[in-house]
Design a protein around this ligand. Structure first.
Ligand SMILES: *Cc1c(COP(=O)(O)O)cnc(C)c1O
Length: 364
């Protein structure tokens, strides 16, 4: 079977070496030495000021909202993983959906300003598929209206914009290190900021709001363990090679797929990409469903990512129309992409896709 993604696992001996250290120290979690080493190495790798390694890429979004006292309206994207909207709803905020750009599916800055009210406190946008949002435009709107900017940068590890890690932008950026992401720690995530006071606050939030017997603030349990940090220490040095292997798979798809009949999202100028996903957009949902069936018949499992458009979630806040996102989410499919995917597999997948789209009457 070929799944949409396959986790990279390091050499087992390398991981067990770290385990030996854990067994010697019997320090399993709570700000352990491997966690500190990983945080330091990630800060270096990304070139960011403060980085807190946490349990996942969802709780860090919640911590960001909490730490900046955001409780009211937040302008956000309808085209993301459900965690982005869930974090807002979980924290009692009201998501206000701004539609996406038709070329790269990131939030459309031109749609943001008309949605701002006296209750708007922040913009929470996702760098979709690891490709940067229109960062300067969003920043200018935020400054003009005194809003915070939180980026769900779950897809962006190893990607940069104008020579800096995409994670370095916004008041806060968060990342996910879930097993399916470009860099992973099995489960995990991080929160990144330049703001010293905010970083201090997040350090306490991560660990129940106290240090030893001194109680400073409310907090939650978002601490990650030495076992997860050990996985991160094994995978982190491999990230450049993993991205290079993804790039190779990308170019195989690029050269084989019939691009007259499928659309690919545009890359934002200034982005050095991490090749996190390979989305293709078909002319219609019915074509997409036929492609999915044909692939599944060959034991190949693509993923409808992102679907549904988050402004249509039944448990959200009433339907705020976002026609571009609603349309794209019906037609977009992520094809299998991982570093060890072989050329002949890409051949097979591309041939199946091409055969279905070739019967369409018009190029899209
Ligand atoms: C994966 C992902 C998350 C959630 O991360 P977890 O570590 O699984 O909690 C949040 N946002 C986006 C855009 C994601 O892709």
């Amino acid at each position: 079977m070929i799944n949409v993604t396959k986790s990279y696992l390091p050499d087992l001996d390398e991981y067990t070496n770290y385990l030996k250290g854990i067994w010697e120290r019997v320090h399993l979690t709570n700000d352990g030495p491997l966690l500190r080493e990983l945080e330091e190495k990630m800060r270096e790798f990304l070139g960011v000021k403060h980085l807190k390694f946490c349990t996942n890429g969802t709780i860090v979004l919640q911590m960001a909202l909490k730490a900046m006292d955001i409780t009211k309206e937040v302008i956000t994207t309808p085209f993301s993983y459900v965690a982005t909207t869930n974090a807002l709803l979980w924290e009692g905020c009201t998501p206000v959906f701004a539609d996406i750009r038709p070329d790269d599916y990131n939030i459309d800055p031109d749609k943001i300003e008309s949605l701002i009210t006296e209750n708007t406190q922040a913009i929470m946008a996702t760098h979709v598929y690891g490709n940067a949002c229109r960062i300067e435009q969003i920043q200018a709107i935020a400054e003009k209206h005194n809003l915070k900017v939180i980026y769900d940068a779950a897809h962006t590890f190893g990607a940069s914009y104008n020579g800096r890690s995409i994670l370095s932008y916004g008041d806060v950026s968060t990342c996910s290190f879930h097993a399916t992401k470009v860099f992973h720690t099995v489960e995990g995530g991080c929160i990144v900021t330049d703001d010293d006071a905010l970083a201090e606050k997040l350090q306490f939030y991560r660990s129940f709001g106290h240090r030893n017997d001194d109680y400073y603030s409310i907090g939650i349990n978002a601490k990650n363990s030495e076992f997860h940090a050990a996985m991160g220490l094994c995978v982190l040095p491999k990230v450049p090679a993993l991205i290079a292997a993804r790039k190779q798979v990308f170019s195989w798809y690029d050269s084989r797929l019939n691009t007259e009949r499928i659309t690919r999202p545009a890359l934002t100028p200034g982005v050095d990409y991490n090749y996190a996903y390979y989305p293709v957009v078909f002319d219609s949902e019915s074509t997409l469903l036929r492609v999915v069936d044909a692939l599944k018949a060959q034991d190949i499992v693509p993923r409808r990512y992102f679907f549904p458009s988050l402004n249509t979630l039944p448990f959200s806040v009433g339907h705020q129309p976002c026609p571009v996102s609603e349309d794209v989410s019906l037609r977009v499919l992520c094809l299998p992409l991982y570093p060890s995917l072989e050329e002949e597999d890409v051949d097979r997948i591309a041939a199946i896709v091409n055969e279905i789209v070739s019967v369409l009457s018009e190029p899209v």
